[in-house]
Design a protein around this ligand. Structure first.
Ligand SMILES: [Ca+2]
Length: 147
């Protein structure tokens, strides 16, 4: 089974009309058809979240294994998201400045050249929280003096 993309299918049992999807968010206009998905082929470790309505609204269902979407979600998906384990590493670091002690957080990307989509975002100034999305691989060192 291919392990670098998700396939959505129009019939149960991973048959019928199909569409191949890379990691990302797909609103109704990005899908071949509205309300056509009945089963999904999902590589190990990947996650697919289906939404009943467009713009990622309405009821949602998260799938992590290949199979039918189930009676409750058959032929109603109008938008969805696809995430792969190695392209979505979310790192949240908080409370690193307790008691005013300084801390050092170092995030290093292992392969900067092929990792143009990486983003390290400061989501909260104090205590500092960082959110890292779309990182292929990295090493992180947290140095907290006094601990
Ligand atoms: Ca729908």
């Amino acid at each position: 089974m291919a392990n670098d993309h998700v396939i959505v299918h129009g019939e149960r049992g991973c048959t019928g009309k199909s569409q191949t999807l890379q990691p990302g968010a797909y609103d109704t206009s990005a899908l071949d058809d509205d309300d056509f998905i009945s089963s999904v082929t999902i590589p190990k470790g990947w996650t697919v979240t289906l939404y009943e309505d467009s713009k990622f609204a309405g009821r949602s269902k998260t799938l992590t294994a290949t199979g039918d979407v189930g009676d409750d979600f058959d032929n109603i998906t109008s938008s969805l998201t696809v995430s792969s384990p190695d392209k979505e590493a979310i790192v949240k670091v908080g409370d690193t400045h307790k008691d005013g002690k300084g801390s050092t957080i170092t995030v290093e990307q292992n392969d900067v050249d092929v990792d143009s989509k990486s983003l390290l975002k400061l989501t909260q100034r104090f205590p500092p929280k960082y959110e890292s999305i779309m990182v292929l691989s990295f090493t992180m060192t947290i140095d907290q003096p006094g601990m």
